[in-house]
Design a protein around this ligand. Structure first.
Ligand code: SF4
Length: 289
């Protein structure tokens, strides 16, 4: 199986991003976010391992790429999870992609991406930092392995200072847990102050395994789920009601605009809330577009 694959989020009709490739240096992710969906399709999803012969295979595949689509690293496991400190596959992948002039889109919760600012600054690259809440105790509960929100915001700042375009993903918003208006405002304001130019947001979509984990961590979420998750079932995910999603995403949208950033939703089917000519993978921030 090839390492570089056309990005295809489960053939979701709700994905509005332009074509790109996907590359995951690791299988699985150490961060163990309660809402994560990878455990529904990656066996032992929270026990990550490096891909076999990764660098050798990657070099060959990049050399044979026939187009100049961006490569997304990595949209289904965190490329800067702690394993990266041991193997350094993400850094090596960036070196190879830089050599061949391939644009990259990074999505991470990790401060370790700062280590690679030297390479990213010399590439056509955009980085999305996921921050679901600015409240440290809530983040610890729902994203137990990931760096604190404050540290992630500092990473936004360091990337922006280095001239690397940065988006912040408030993704997912967990109803009743991370959706307080004043918390969202604090987060959006901080993202803007730190130099992010774009906000991407979506509401938690339930699958049986991530729902079990959230309820185990936050037992009262069961009530929220019962009341709110009456929206459509799409690609195996149960959505919150459209009324709720419209309302909360409209709130984030107006906050993003108030603080001078663009806004888009992600796989919500609510395109009327999205700004024009921007994408949830942040590819509009690439220089080469
Ligand atoms: S960082 Fe992303 S891939 Fe890793 S556990 Fe959290 S949601 Fe899943």
């Amino acid at each position: 199986m090839r390492l570089i694959q056309p990005f295809d989020p489960w053939r979701s009709s709700l994905c509005t991003c332009p074509p790109k490739y996907s590359l995951n240096p690791y299988t699985g992710c150490q961060y163990g976010c309660r809402y994560c969906y990878i455990t529904s399709y990656i066996p032992r999803g929270f026990n990550p391992r490096p891909k076999k012969d990764f660098l050798k295979r990657l070099e060959k595949e990049v050399a044979n790429l026939e187009d100049s689509l961006p490569v997304a690293i990595s949209f289904s496991t965190d490329p800067y999870q702690p394993l990266e400190k041991i193997y350094g596959y993400t850094r090596q992948a960036l070196r190879i992609l830089r050599e061949y002039g391939v644009p990259v889109l990074i999505t991470t919760k990790s401060t370790l991406v700062e280590r690679d600012i030297d390479i990213l600054a010399e590439m056509d690259a955009a980085v999305s930092i996921t921050i679901t809440t600015h409240r440290a105790e809530v983040a610890r509960a729902v994203e137990p392995g990931a760096p604190s929100p404050r540290d992630r915001l500092e990473t936004v700042s360091r990337l922006a200072d280095a001239g690397i375009p940065v988006a912040v993903r408030i993704d997912p918003i967990i109803p009743g847990v991370t959706d307080r208006a004043r918390d969202l405002e604090e987060l959006v304001r901080s993202a803007s102050e730190k130099g992010a130019g774009h906000i991407v947001s979506s509401v938690y979509k339930a699958k049986p395994d991530n729902l079990r984990r959230i309820i185990k961590t936050i037992p009262w979420f069961q009530e929220v789920y019962r009341e709110l998750y009456r929206g459509p079932r799409i690609s195996g995910y149960r959505y919150a009601s459209t009324t709720y999603r419209e309302e909360i995403l409209r709130t984030v949208r107006s906050l993003a605009h108030r603080y001078g950033m663009t806004f888009i939703t992600c796989r919500e089917g609510l395109e009327h809330l999205d700004d024009k000519d921007v994408y949830c993978d942040a590819s509009h921030l690439l220089r080469r577009r």
